[in-house]
Write a protein that binds this ligand. Structure first.
Ligand code: KG4
Ligand code: ZN
Length: 342
């Protein structure tokens, strides 16, 4: 890839309920230090992310985490050459805390800073792997807020090939976990209990797969689980495991079918997968088996969910020069297809 003059980039992620900090060294092309603090346990009792609590926790944890990340890298704060932070999409309060902290450090150090698109960072982190995909490639981004199929033509040039019309995949996992009373965050809980279940126990729909387009819809599938759950008189762990496994299988089959259509439609040969749901081993395996003719790239499991490394790395493509206009550039709503619109 192109090399940039910025060498050691501090990355800050605060878009939702993870405080992530990392340092990317563009000379050694490596993440040299990273820290992650998850607020999930704090939000668990409310069954989902409470934005105000998230903001307060980021505020408390971010600076100590930055200190720790720098200390563990063996560097001094002054050795940082530039700062990247998530500017959207995400929760307004949490984004503001990341952005204002990053901009303040950049101003104090007189170093450049840049706001990064969270979903682009999920996509780009795959380029850090060896072997790495090369543009153009198809990307399947599956997270708590998004379910997108993207033709990644070149850096910053992304065409949406398909997307969810209602719930994102991770959101469906979280809602089904709530129905099954498994707790928050739902994805890992469903994956864990599904290991003991039968994926064929319930015949849940594979939504929109009869349609030729590459769009998704997961809301009906979630409702199907809800009605099945309500019908059952005695709920025990083994029924929950069967429901979870059957739901997970329906999601995986749908993702495989839609991604296959998108590969055919675009004629692309390489497939990049990212976002929190990509850490699900069952879904990873299904995608690998179902798309055996494509070259598939996944980030390591700990870099599928939100993290600072993907922001620091994305910064290496976009950090350019000291640009101090003192604007806090956050965009809680920011479609990836509008990346270059102002
Ligand atoms: O990318 P991410 O950390 O945050 C967003 O950008 O949204 O994704 C979080 C989502 C949550 O909905 C969570 O339940 C889901 O990813 N998730 C999983 C797994 N781990 C996290 N879904 C299924 N299986 C998992 N193992
Ligand atoms: Zn994310």
């Amino acid at each position: 890839m192109t090399t940039y003059f910025v060498m050691k980039i501090l990355g800050i992620e605060t878009s939702c309920d993870e405080t992530g900090v990392a340092i990317y060294d563009s000379v050694s092309e490596d993440i040299i230090s990273e820290q992650l603090y998850s607020q999930a346990a704090k939000h668990a009792e409310y069954g989902g992310v409470v934005p105000e609590l998230a903001s307060r926790d980021h505020l408390k944890k971010l600076i100590p985490l930055i200190r720790l990340t720098i200390k563990e890298s063996g560097l001094e704060l002054n050795d940082i050459d530039g700062i990247a932070y998530t500017s959207g999409p995400g929760l307004r309060g949490p984004l503001l805390i990341g952005a204002s902290t990053a901009e303040s450090i950049a101003m104090a150090l007189k170093k450049p800073s840049v706001g990064i698109h969270h979903m682009e960072a999920h996509l780009l982190i795959n380029l850090l792997e060896n072997p790495a995909p090369s543009f153009p490639f198809l990307t399947l981004l599956i997270s708590g807020g998004h379910c997108l199929l993207i033709n990644a033509k070149s850096l910053g040039e992304y065409e949406i090939v398909g997307q969810t019309l209602d719930d994102a995949v991770g959101e469906a996992f979280d809602k089904v976990a709530k129905i099954l009373e498994l707790g928050y965050p739902g994805g890992p809980k469903i994956e864990a209990i599904a290991k003991q279940g039968d994926p064929n126990a319930f015949d849940f729909p594979r939504p929109m797969t009869a349609k030729k387009n590459c769009d998704f819809s997961f809301s009906g599938l979630k409702t199907a689980v809800f009605y099945e759950f309500k019908k059952i008189k005695t709920i025990d762990e083994s029924i929950k495991a069967d429901l979870a496994a059957s739901f997970q299988a329906a999601v995986a089959d749908t993702l495989v079918m839609k991604t296959k259509s998108a590969m055919e439609k675009t004629g692309l040969k390489e497939l990049v997968i990212g976002g929190g749901v990509a850490s699900n081993k069952y879904i990873r395996d299904k995608l690998i088996r179902g798309l055996e003719r494509s070259k598939i790239f996944f980030p390591p499991v700990h870099r599928c969910t939100d993290n600072g490394a993907m922001i620091a790395y994305a910064g290496s493509f976009y950090l350019k020069d000291v640009n101090r206009d003192l604007t806090l550039n956050i965009k809680p709503r920011w479609p990836l297809s509008d990346l270059n619109d102002g």
